[in-house]
Design a protein around this ligand. Structure first.
Ligand SMILES: [Zn+2]
Length: 570
């Protein structure tokens, strides 16, 4: 039994994510976790909400709530939606947890002791009325370029010019509206990433099996221009992990917090501690400390391409730099972007389908199948309603659903709701078993390699093989002349249903569970021996004809949804 530690990039707290976010990390991570569990391996699958930073403060202010309360509520909302999509996290944690606070402070202390943190003096805008330094986004004023009156301190939304807060004419605080602002000197901590450039380069060069998307982004950040830069890890904010050196105060850093990018990946580890503290597990260290049992763990991270620099460079600097035996990632599976119907998903403009809305329209399996079978692996991919409709109707309804329906209904009408007896395998049956055996091996190889689209294609081909077999042997014709031959044909076809259910479970877990229930075959295990699996349901085994497994999407629905999600969400 192998041991797999699997993490998905942690979604930011401020709002509900769209389908592009889902397929970029959480969903393929879930596919892999479900597959490894089905193969009998030990899996710890973790995800969490990323809760610190300015955008959370802004979203809470907009909602009129204290930020801690806002985050607690949004965490519950995201957890519920994740459940709706059947994301099988062993724990869905929170980066604002006490465990993460302590561990982040611990890492900072280790990095400081190892000479990897330096202090830098900067000038920043201070608001006397608010009694605090203001992040760029908390300052607005008139754009010097176009005269727009609500330009933000980092960028003008009207003319898109990148700005510094000091560029703004008549700047004011967006918190209080006060214009009593001044430039003040403030100190921040920087992580000396540049010191680790050589070590990171060697480490990334040793990863010959990583996706090119992952290594190319890492090398670009590592080598382009002046190479990897040191990076600020502290902010003048209220909401975040207070800056401490382990358990001790950090002179000069009072009232400051760690920058969200520094504490967020530490939550991968803290999440395992939360998992134990929640009573779901017993020992987090055997997953995370190579001196405490984690040396045989395979650690795989899933993320969108925008997160690759943090996971290939910044977080490894924290891990390497700690000088402690933390488990380092073994494989980084990264994804390109999913676009929406000729453009991009837009959270601010409500363009595209968001996770909550998707579940209001159709069950999770429909979305899971489309998203995974069109995962943006080698390039960006695009969601269109035509493609979604066609894929659901053909793959799920016509191929898988129809196969199940034809076989079980024919059996009920000509034999009974039990596996029929009689007959022996002929050449067609032996050929089908051989074909399915080869395809299951190919499917496993793709799943092992986390080739999501290829896995979906092979799974579909396995479903198609059953349909083609039925077309060829035509039990409805055979039955008239040779009922025993029809019986063996239907017996084999009925046995394909639990096999399909188990193989398909990582993609479409709900349909899989209901098929197994209909076939009275709950507890069916992964088919390590395909010929044996295809004779598991013996003559006389009772089943019930399942309800419609997948329904078709009509043209009217497709048109209605296309219009509904074109971009009006408030
Ligand atoms: Zn402007």
């Amino acid at each position: 039994m192998a041991r797999h530690l699997i993490t998905s990039a942690i979604p930011y707290i401020n709002g509900i994510k769209h389908l592009g976010n889902l397929v970029g990390s959480q969903l393929p991570a879930d596919l892999f976790a479900r597959y490894q569990r089905a193969r009998g391996h030990e899996v710890l699958f973790l995800c969490a909400t990323d809760e610190h930073g300015t955008p959370a403060e802004l979203a809470a202010a907009k909602a009129g709530k204290p930020v801690a309360e806002y985050c607690a509520e949004m965490h519950e909302v995201q957890a519920k939606i994740a459940e709706g999509f059947r994301l099988s996290f062993d724990h869905f944690g929170r980066s604002s947890s006490e465990q993460n606070q302590k561990l982040t402070q611990h890492f900072a202390g280790q990095l400081a002791d190892n000479g990897l943190i330096r202090e830098v003096s900067e000038t920043q805008i201070y608001s006397n009325a608010d009694g605090r330094f203001l992040p760029d986004r908390y300052i607005e004023g008139t754009c010097p370029n176009c005269g727009f009156e609500s330009a933000r301190g980092d960028q003008c939304d009207n003319c898109t010019k990148q700005l510094d807060p000091t560029d703004l004419i008549n700047p004011y605080s967006t918190i209080s509206g006060s214009t009593d602002l001044e430039e003040r000197e403030t100190k921040h901590l920087y992580l000396r990433q540049s010191e680790m450039r050589e070590k990171l380069g060697e480490w990334i060069d040793s990863k010959h099996d990583w996706p090119v998307l992952t290594t190319s982004i890492a090398k670009k950040w590592l080598n382009d221009g002046d190479g990897l830069q040191d990076r600020g890890i502290t902010r003048d904010l209220d909401w975040g992990v207070p800056v401490k050196k382990g358990d001790e105060d950090w002179p000069g850093m009072e009232g400051k917090v760690f920058y969200v990018w520094f504490d967020a990946p530490v939550e991968y580890i803290a999440c395992a501690q939360e998992w134990v503290d929640a009573g779901k597990g017993e020992d987090w260290a055997r997953w995370w400390r190579t001196d405490k049992g984690a040396e045989d763990v395979t650690y795989t991270q899933f993320m969108g391409k925008d997160n690759v620099p943090f996971h290939t460079l910044s977080f490894p600097v924290t891990i390497f730099g700690s000088g402690e035996p933390w488990k380092l990632v073994d494989y980084i599976k990264s994804f390109n972007y999913l676009n929406y119907d000729g453009g991009q998903f837009s959270t601010s403009r409500g363009r595209g389908v968001f996770m909550d809305q998707a579940l209001e329209i159709l069950p999770a399996d429909y979305w899971r199948w489309w998203l995974l079978s069109h995962a943006p692996e080698s390039s960006d991919s695009e969601f269109t309603w035509e493609n979604f409709q066609s894929s659901v109707n053909k793959d799920l309804a016509d191929v898988l659903g129809n196969f199940v329906s034809r076989v079980t209904k024919f059996c009920r009408s000509k034999f009974s709701e039990a596996v029929p007896e009689g007959g022996d395998y002929g050449p067609e049956e032996l050929a089908l078993i051989e074909d399915i055996s080869a395809r299951v091996s190919a499917y496993q190889a793709h799943m092992d390699a986390m080739e999501v689209r290829k896995s979906a294609q092979e799974l579909r081909a396995i479903w198609v093989a059953g349909n083609e077999y039925l077309q060829t042997v035509a039990p409805w014709s055979t039955f008239k002349e040779d009922p025993a031959k029809a019986a063996v044909q239907i017996r084999l076809a009925l046995n394909l249903i639990p096999l399909y259910a188990v193989l398909s479970a990582p993609f479409i877990p709900d349909a899989s569970a209901s098929l197994l229930e209909s076939m009275n075959a709950e507890g069916t295990e992964w088919p390590s021996d395909v010929p044996a699996a295809l004779s598991a349901l013996q003559a006389g085994h009772a089943f019930t004809v399942p309800e419609v497994t997948f329904r078709k999407i009509t043209d009217d629905e497709r048109d209605e949804w296309q219009e509904k999600f074109a971009g009006t969400r408030d």
